[in-house]
Structures are given as structure tokens and as C-alpha cells.
Design a protein around this ligand. Structure first.
Ligand SMILES: Nc1ncnc2c1ncn2[C@@H]1O[C@H](COP(=O)(O)OP(=O)(O)O)[C@@H](O)[C@H]1O
Ligand SMILES: [Mg+2]
Length: 236
């Protein structure tokens, strides 16, 4: 589902070019849940942006859901993101001037769904926010905002769900509820999950743990992969 080959990312900065990703090789199968761990600044978010088609690699190849992202035009990349990727960020990234319902309807409208608002309401009901449709983000708690972001990310039935420290701004119990929901939605939809986290217990809940240090993958988690979890999920 996701395959990186010798992936490199170099970005310009005032002090000269910064090499951020230094030749990543990684393969993630359909339906796998993979955590990405590593020190701050090691390149986790950058890797995720490339997988999501939001950033282009400097060298190497990135294949996601059958698409070779490096070769695609901006239009094609935008379509790829719409059709395949859901993303959740630490700070929710909701549009403050839109209601929860409108926020969740955005990707559905972009996808040309005539029933965007009905489906958005369904998606919000699934995350337990059927009673908050017309609330603005500022009127929602942190946990509710992240659940709204989950509803938006899953509304289009993405093959791949990317989450960048989704519990980073939430207290422990709220974070756990959001994560339970995230895993439940991935399982129901059979989505592949790439989850950046600093929380070892959370990383442990995934099939595999990929470790990134200073722009290198130092452990791709294959050795400690638990196929039983993936198999159990498929069977169940
Ligand atoms: N747009 C950018 N231009 C230059 N350097 C960047 C840019 N974005 C991130 N970096 C640098 O790349 C490195 C990796 O960043 P990031 O992928 O955000 O790491 P992580 O998510 O693991 O904390 C950091 O040193 C960061 O300062
Ligand atoms: Mg980051």
C-alpha cells in the first residue's frame, strides 16, 4: 500500500540546504497499522507529508495505493489525496468559521458527492457528535474537535489514514477515547494507518513500530511485527 525507495528530502533554509530525509526504504501493507516514533526533528512529519502527497521528495520514489507520487502533476496529486488519504493533525486543523458539519462536508464536496451534508452528518454521528453538527470549533472541547477532524478524515472512506501526534493536545483520558475511535474506524474501513506518536503505549497498539532517527529509518518494525494482530483484524 505504501512503498518508499531511497527516499530523500532536502529543503532550503537560510543556513543552506538541510537534508531532512536521507534515503528511506519502507514497505507497509494494506490494512497494517504502523506507528512512527523518534526524536523531535528526526523527519517523521516530513515523511508523512510525502506519503500524503503534500510534499514532493527530492530523490527516490514513493508509491502509495498504486500511484507513483513523484511523477504526478499537482492536479493529479490533489485528486490522489482526495480519493485515498485522510489526515489528522495534533492541532486539529479545523476551519474556525465553519460548523462541524461544514468542516466534515468539505472533502465530500471536493469529491463531488451530491449527498455531502448527509454523509457528513453520518460521519459525525459515528464519532458520537450527532448533537454538535452546528457548533463551531471554538464551541467544542479539544476532544470534540479532534473527533470532528476524525469524522472529516474518514468521511470519504480513505485507504490510508495519516495521523501526526493526534493526541498531543489532549489530556490522557480524552486522548485514549480519540485513539480508541481512530483504531475502530481504521478497523471498520480496513484503512492502513500511519501514526506518529511519542507515546510508547500507543505505539505498542500498532502492528509495527517504525523508528526514525536523524533522517534515517533505524528500525522498520518488521522483526517485531505481529501478523497475528493483522490476521485477527482481517478475520474479525
Ligand atoms: N520547510 C522546512 N524548511 C527547512 N527545514 C525544515 C522544514 N520543515 C522541517 N524542517 C526541518 O526538518 C527536520 C525534520 O522535521 P520534521 O519532519 O518536522 O521532524 P519531526 O516530525 O520528526 O519532529 C527538522 O530539523 C526541521 O527543522
Ligand atoms: Mg513532527
Amino acid at each position: 500500500m505504501i512503498r518508499l525507495d531511497r527516499l530523500e528530502l532536502t529543503l532550503p533554509s537560510q543556513a543552506g540546504d538541510v537534508q531532512i530525509l536521507k534515503g528511506l526504504d519502507l514497505e507497509i501493507g494494506g490494512g497494517e497499522t504502523v506507528s512512527v516514533v523518534g526524536p523531535s526533528g528526526s523527519g517523521k512529519s516530513s515523511m508523512m507529508m510525502i506519503v500524503g502527497g503534500l510534499e514532493r521528495p527530492t530523490a527516490g520514489t514513493v508509491r502509495v495505493a498504486g500511484h507513483s507520487l513523484g511523477e504526478m502533476s499537482e492536479d493529479a496529486l490533489a485528486r490522489f489525496r482526495r480519493e485515498n488519504v485522510g489526515i489528522v493533525f495534533q492541532d486539529f486543523h479545523l476551519v474556525p468559521t465553519m460548523t462541524a458539519l461544514e468542516n466534515v462536508a468539505i472533502p465530500l464536496e471536493f469529491a463531488g458527492r451530491k449527498d455531502a451534508f448527509d454523509r457528513a452528518a453520518e460521519s459525525l454521528e459515528k464519532v458520537g457528535l450527532g448533537h454538535r453538527l452546528s457548533h463551531y470549533p471554538g464551541q467544542l472541547s479539544g476532544g470534540e474537535q479532534q473527533r470532528t477532524a476524525l469524522a472529516r478524515a474518514f468521511a470519504t472512506g480513505p485507504k490510508i489514514l495519516l495521523a501526526d501526534e493526534p493526541t498531543g493536545n489532549l489530556d490522557g483520558e480524552t486522548g485514549r477515547q480519540v485513539i480508541d475511535l481512530l483504531f475502530e474506524l481504521c478497523q471498520t474501513d480496513g484503512s492502513t494507518l500511519m501514526l506518529i506518536t511519542h507515546d510508547p503505549a500507543l505505539a505498542e497498539r500498532c502492528d509495527r513500530r517504525v523508528q526514525l532517527i536523524d533522517g534515517h529509518i533505524t528500525d522498520d518494525g518488521r522483526a517485531q511485527a505481529t501478523p497475528s494482530k493483522a490476521a485477527a483484524r482481517k478475520a474479525g
